[in-house]
Design a protein around this ligand. Sequence first.
Ligand SMILES: [Zn+2]
Length: 139
Amino acid sequence: MPDLFDGTPDAPPDPPRPVDLMNRIVARRLGKPGWVWCRSEVVGEGDDASFILDGAVPTGVISKGPRKGRVRWPKDLERAIVSRRDYRLELLAWEAETGKCHPCHGSGRTVASVKSGPPVVTTYRGCSRCTATGRPPKP
Ligand SMILES: [Zn+2]
């Protein structure tokens, strides 16, 4: 699987960005809709890996200064740990719900590389999980 943390808000919008399943898992677990992580760390390896996430429900958007437009975080972040297994179950649940392959969000394409600009050049390749069909593979 490609980078699980391919979820930075500044990335290009096309094709649609995969939903951040980490956020979905933690938001549900904490009962806090809108929770998003802003810092992450991986511990362990392979199937035993877990993701330590620090985040919160953003309190708004910064309206001025050099960080204008960025998310404003509360002073205290919450920490959550999501195992690779949790992530995988969530991925399968999301795909069952939507009928779309998750990494490519049903588009059949994933980002192959992004060349920083100007101009910014994004190249795509066929999604390997769904062999570019956009449909989740049969289990
Ligand atoms: Zn796909």
